[in-house]
Design a binder for this molecule. Structure first.
Ligand code: Q9C
Ligand code: ZN
Length: 353
């Protein structure tokens, strides 16, 4: 399994996120990736390189998934933030005002000139700091996803996009949940564009993959499946319920398996089997796994109780799908254990594949 790691990731290093009325240190820190990289150096699964993708091909791949208006916002967001006030260069950009959707009458068709308003327009939480290096890091991550998809489309059994910031909460035109560009969706679309007729996304992060669900919600060529903490109590709260089955042509091509906080490995593995059956019934010819390790018992912001020793069997179960597979690195905030847990899963996959 080739791993493509993002050389620009450390440029995205938020200082603080808003949590229950105060600012707390960010959970999504550069050390997360460093620990996975170190573990892959200790227990190699294949080559470990930065992605080498054509810049124009990368722009195309990103634009297949994200709206032009959102990408234009992201590309200049840091400069626009600093232009508001030179002192902002020392502070992360966080939103503080949002246009509520649905019946509230706020417009989202008129692009505000005010940067704070635009940041709110394109985001859904105040926990995802945008910093000087965010755009380069997010783009570098998309390059990892594209390189991994290209490797798999070229015949590799599997590939790993080892990047941060994560991606599965980012939608066509919004950031949130520490995510800016949806790496898993970029990989899935790249696989489609390379000729894979049916691509399944099986999201095993603790949190519902709302961005990926939204991107593919009306499509029948990409099945999205997510097992996650029940949004009734868990982030991202406003999506991820079992009755969301897709819309229009995509009806029947989204499956959510919400599980209560406190779920242990036995019930979680049963849900994974249900997810894998759906992938098989769909007739997928390629698989993308948004790989969050925040299902771990020791995760500081999550509520499942999987153990380090459980992850190899999870990897083996995923290999049982028998599909060319791209993994994208998502959540997992128990920094000391995230490398061991990630490589346990990937090694379990590789041994069984
Ligand atoms: N202070 C991913 O795992 N807020 N994103 C949690 C805890 C957001 C998680 C609040 C969690 C986002 C990729
Ligand atoms: Zn997560």
């Amino acid at each position: 399994m080739k791993t493509f790691h993002n050389p620009h990731h450390a440029g995205h290093a938020g200082q603080q996120e808003m949590f229950r009325g105060r600012m707390v240190p960010c959970h999504e820190v550069p050390a997360r990736l460093d620990f996975v990289l170190a573990e892959l150096q200790r227990r190699p699964l294949g080559t470990l390189t930065p992605p080498a993708v054509d810049a124009a091909a990368l722009d195309t791949a990103i634009a297949r998934v994200h709206d032009a208006r959102y990408l234009a916002f992201l590309a200049t967001a840091w400069d626009d933030w600093v232009a508001m006030d030179p002192a902002n260069a020392q502070r992360d950009a966080l939103p503080s005002v949002w246009p509520l959707a649905n019946r509230h009458g706020f417009r989202n068709d008129v692009l505000p000139h005010n940067f704070a308003a635009r940041l709110g327009l394109f985001s859904f939480d105040s926990g995802s700091p945008l910093t000087a290096g965010t755009w380069a890091a997010a783009r570098g991550g998309a390059a990892c996803a594209l390189a991994a998809a290209q490797a798999v489309a070229g015949g590799d059994r599997s590939a790993f996009a080892l990047s941060r910031p994560p991606g599965h909460h980012a939608g066509p035109d919004f950031l949130g949940g520490y995510c800016f560009l949806n790496n898993a969706a970029i990989a899935a679309q790249a696989l489609r564009d390379a000729g894979h007729a049916k691509v399944a996304v099986l999201d095993v992060d603790y949190h519902h993959g709302n961005g990926t669900q939204t991107i593919f919600y009306e499509r029948a060529d990409v099945l999205t499946v997510s097992l996650h903490g029940d949004p009734a109590t868990e982030y991202p709260f406003f999506l991820g319920h079992a009755d969301e089955r897709g819309a229009g042509a995509g009806t029947g091509f989204n499956l959510n398996l919400p599980l209560p906080r406190g779920t242990g490995v036995q019930a979680w593995r049963a849900a994974l089997d249900t997810a894998l059956r759906a992938v098989s019934d769909f007739g997928a010819d390629a698989l993308v796994v948004p790989l969050g390790l925040d299902t771990f018992e020791g995760d500081p912001i999550s509520g499942f109780t999987l153990q380090t020793g459980d992850y190899a069997a999870v990897g083996a179960a995923l290999a049982g799908a028998g599909l060319p597979t791209v993994f994208t690195f998502e959540g997992g905030y128990a920094v000391d254990e995230v490398g061991t847990n990630a490589v346990n899963l990937l090694e379990g996959f590789q041994r069984a594949a």
